[in-house]
Write a protein that binds this ligand. Structure first.
Ligand SMILES: [Zn+2]
Length: 315
């Protein structure tokens, strides 16, 4: 799904949930109206309200009318009680009292809207998990003492990066290191936080991306856009395990370069996880890709190594 479609889908769900709630209100209103006593009182009420307008214009004392209205309302309450209802049951209901189901408060998305969006984003993210770990779940005791300090620097830097995503000047983060140092866990924390903040985040293994790029390469023109659009429009793209995919001629390297370059042009953010060292990245993907994803000037390059973690932006 493209980014706009995701927001449209969230708005649709917001409206559907609101309308669903009104069905119950509508059936309560019908039930009340079908009661003759209640309806008669309602008619009387309308008359009085009309009179009230006249009295106000003519500057007459409206107190008797207001007292009578209060009386009628009390009678209606009693009638409603008999049929198991209250006045509250007849009022428009909201799933979210904060935004009255508008999804927006003061030009900002409401928490309720973000929650709907998160559910869609998680489904769309490509990570088939419902419970993603959070940064606060990191268990540093899993790392040896010498390793803990550097691990904390890495997690803090990345957490901070995601929290301030829109202000980051480096649009690519490359996390390099052997398996077993927690790259997968870190990746899931990144997805969780980014989605929580309402960013359209896509997770893909490099193998999955490669397969889709091969599809893109061979697809009919009218199908191409659907295949590539999410990769080019999502706020955050995570490519996991770069280097494990087979290299297809005219596809793997060319489209990886295309996706990364287009994302940079659009000011979008990309995370890449890889077991490859920077030198191996040059060997496999060549200088062009290396210069995009592994140079310290434009990339936050993080080297997670079991014995020696170095951080591209360590002071
Ligand atoms: Zn709300």
């Amino acid at each position: 799904m493209g980014k706009n479609k995701i927001f449209d889908e969230a708005k649709k769900i917001l409206n559907e949930n609101h309308n669903l709630l009104q069905l119950e209100v509508q059936s309560n209103i019908s039930k009340a109206k079908s009661d003759d006593e209640f309806s008669a009182l309602n008619a009387k009420k309308r008359e009085l309200i009309f009179e009230l307008g006249k009295y106000t214009n003519e500057k007459k004392d409206v107190k008797p009318l207001i007292d009578e209205l209060k009386e009628i309302t009390k009678k209606q309450e009693i009638v409603l009680k008999k049929i198991g209802l209250t006045f509250n049951d007849l009022k428009e209901k909201f799933n979210c009292e904060k935004c009255k189901d508008e999804g927006v408060i003061n030009g900002e998305y409401c928490v309720c809207f973000k929650r709907i969006l998160s559910d869609i984003l998680l489904k769309e993210s490509g990570l088939n998990k419902t419970n993603l770990p959070k940064f606060s779940d990191v268990d540093y005791s899993l790392y040896s003492d010498a390793y803990v300090k550097n691990m904390k620097i890495i997690y803090d830097n990345i957490e901070n990066y995601i929290n301030n995503l829109k202000n980051q000047e480096k649009h690519i983060v490359t996390i390099s290191g052997p398996t077993g140092v927690g790259k997968t866990f870190l990746t899931e924390c990144i997805v969780e936080r980014a989605i929580e903040q309402g960013y359209y985040t896509i997770y893909t293994t490099s193998i999955g991306l490669n397969v889709n790029m091969l599809k893109y390469h061979t697809a009919q023109v009218n199908e191409k856009q659907n295949i590539i659009e999410p990769y080019l429009t999502c706020d955050l793209l995570i490519i996991d395990d770069l280097g494990t995919e087979p290299i297809y001629n005219n596809v793997t390297i060319e489209y990886l370069y295309l996706v990364i370059s287009e994302r940079l042009k659009a000011g979008l953010y990309t995370f890449i996880n890889t077991n490859l060292t920077p030198n191996q990245i040059i060997d496999v993907y060549g200088e062009r890709i290396f210069s995009r994803i592994a140079n310290i000037r434009d990339t936050m390059l993080i080297n997670m190594n079991a014995n020696d973690i170095r951080l591209g932006l360590r002071k």
